[in-house]
Design a protein around this ligand. Structure first.
Ligand SMILES: [Zn+2]
Length: 488
């Protein structure tokens, strides 16, 4: 008889230092049978549903809520999600499969995923296995470990393997459904956190941690999965930071020994993951004269993938002041796009640009611009395995867009924040990134999959903004102390 598996997804990385809240209006909501339409697409849910088909499971589709990283989530989102999920829980279920981020915070709940698992367990009872996949930037919590049987993290940042990790977790669930062996989870959180710039898996410390995790995973058949969660340092919660989560059918003592090894390595390498970025002046000094080839300037303080508004003017101001030729930057500014759409193409006007999304920014920058192009901003991802695909699937909608020019600087104005993880963002708007001398991107690490192959060099720049790599400047209140780098 085919196994009945409940599917649900809850995906949000919550930046608790941002102004405002994230409500239902900001989420893409998929209900019931609609979930099945994702089967086979590039998202983790699409991958898990494809595995379900392959294993012949009978899928009970519940609900999927996804939003880009942003401010504190309103309680209504969590309660609406829960009502829809609970409505599909029934006694005949053989298992539950969850697609999570793992760093969601609501007005009332510092550990949304832990709370959802608590309520789910109450309805399901202790015997129904709960499996799933989660983002490498999760702030994993004790409740997640206690209540789930096997949650598997992505192993790559940029998240090129999100779908693959989801399928790995589905394969492990199939193992439970066919063998009757049920793993449980153990978790460890050393007192360390790193900014997103310190969490790329091509660099240390994540390179060594992932390497050790894979070695340990291969060392015993009892260990079904060893996950490294780099954490999301812009969510101020008691469990924020680096952690390790394993799913095992072996003894607790063996699990603890594995966690200790990973925890010790994280402590040894704690300073490697914390490198605040150099100031604008320092970086631009290296660009005078402008060297040949494409220079990518990375502005982590306005990292869209981390929840920042994507309209920061720090790097924009620097490009304008220094009159950098053949440069481009994307700024999320729906006001400016709306204003331009009432004008004639080719018109030259003075426009306030960006600077509205964060009180840390200097405010809108008034620029005289020539208006070149307007469009609907929808594009098909060039790279279906990108970090963006892990969030959005095959297509992305930047909202109505306008391209304007100020001197040598081309500005792509979007209406929806667009993480710079796919070059289709530029090409769909008639801009060829390889023809430019400088591109500014609002990211930390995940842009690298798109830009590494076209960039001659890449510099990270410190500007004012909520996703600064300088964690010591943020007003933490709830995080467990002591923790590196806040405490010596
Ligand atoms: Zn992530």
């Amino acid at each position: 008889m085919s196994k009945r598996v409940l599917f649900a997804g809850l995906f949000h990385e919550t930046h608790t230092f941002l102004e405002g809240t994230t409500g239902l209006r900001d989420f893409s909501l998929t209900h019931g049978e609609e979930l099945l339409r994702c089967t086979g697409d590039s998202s983790p849910l699409g991958g898990a549903l494809a595995s379900a088909q392959e294993f012949g499971w009978e899928v009970v589709p519940a609900v999927d809520f996804r939003a880009s990283p942003s401010a504190m989530v309103e309680d209504e989102v969590v309660e609406t999600f829960w009502r829809e999920l609970a409505a599909r829980v029934e006694p005949s279920l053989d298992a539950v499969y969850l697609v999570l981020h793992g760093a969601m915070v609501s007005q009332s709940l510092p550990d949304v995923e832990g709370e959802m698992l608590t309520r789910l367990r109450r309805l399901l009872g202790p015997a129904v296995p709960i499996f799933g996949v989660f983002d490498l930037h999760a702030n994993f919590t004790p409740r997640m470990a206690d209540l789930a049987n096997c949650l598997v993290a992505y192993r790559e940042n940029p998240h090129t393997d999100a779908r693959q990790a989801a399928q790995l977790a589905a394969g492990l669930l199939q193992r439970t459904l066919t063998t009757g062996q049920v793993p449980r989870m153990f978790w460890h959180h050393p007192p360390v956190m790193w900014p997103p710039t310190g969490t790329g898996t091509a660099s240390e410390p994540m390179l060594s941690l992932e390497h050790l995790a894979r070695q340990l995973e291969a060392s015993s058949p009892d260990l079904w999965s060893v996950s490294v969660a780099a954490g999301f340092s812009f969510a101020d919660t008691p469990d924020t930071g680096v952690s390790f989560a394993i799913a095992t059918v072996g003894a607790e003592s063996a699990a603890r020994a594995v966690l200790d090894r990973l925890g010790s390595l994280a402590l040894e390498m704690k300073t490697v993951g914390y490198t605040p970025d150099p100031a604008v002046g320092e970086v631009f000094a290296q660009l005078d004269p402008l060297p040949p080839g494409l220079t990518v300037l990375v502005e982590p303080s306005d990292n869209i993938g981390g929840g920042a508004p994507g309209d920061g003017t720090g790097l924009l101001r620097a490009l304008v002041e220094r009159r950098i030729p053949k440069a481009a930057i994307a700024i999320n500014d729906p006001h400016a796009v709306r204003h331009l759409s009432s004008l004639h193409k080719g018109a030259t006007i003075t426009l306030p640009i960006g600077g509205r999304g964060s009180r840390l920014d200097a405010g809108p920058l008034e620029l005289e611009v020539e208006w070149l192009r307007i469009g609907d901003g929808k594009f098909e991802l060039e790279d279906k395995q990108s970090h963006l695909a892990s969030m959005a699937g095959d297509f992305f909608a930047m909202g109505p867009c306008a391209v304007v020019r100020h001197g040598g600087l081309t500005i792509l104005l979007t209406s929806h924040k667009t993480p710079p993880f796919d070059l289709g963002q530029w090409r769909s708007q008639g801009i060829e990134p390889t023809q430019l001398s400088v591109i500014a991107v609002k990211a930390a690490v995940a842009h690298r999959r798109a830009y590494d192959s076209i960039a001659a060099r890449m510099f990270w720049v410190d500007t004012p903004g909520p996703c600064t790599s300088n964690l010591r400047t943020l007003p933490y209140q709830k995080i467990q102390r002591p923790i590196f780098p806040l405490d010596p």
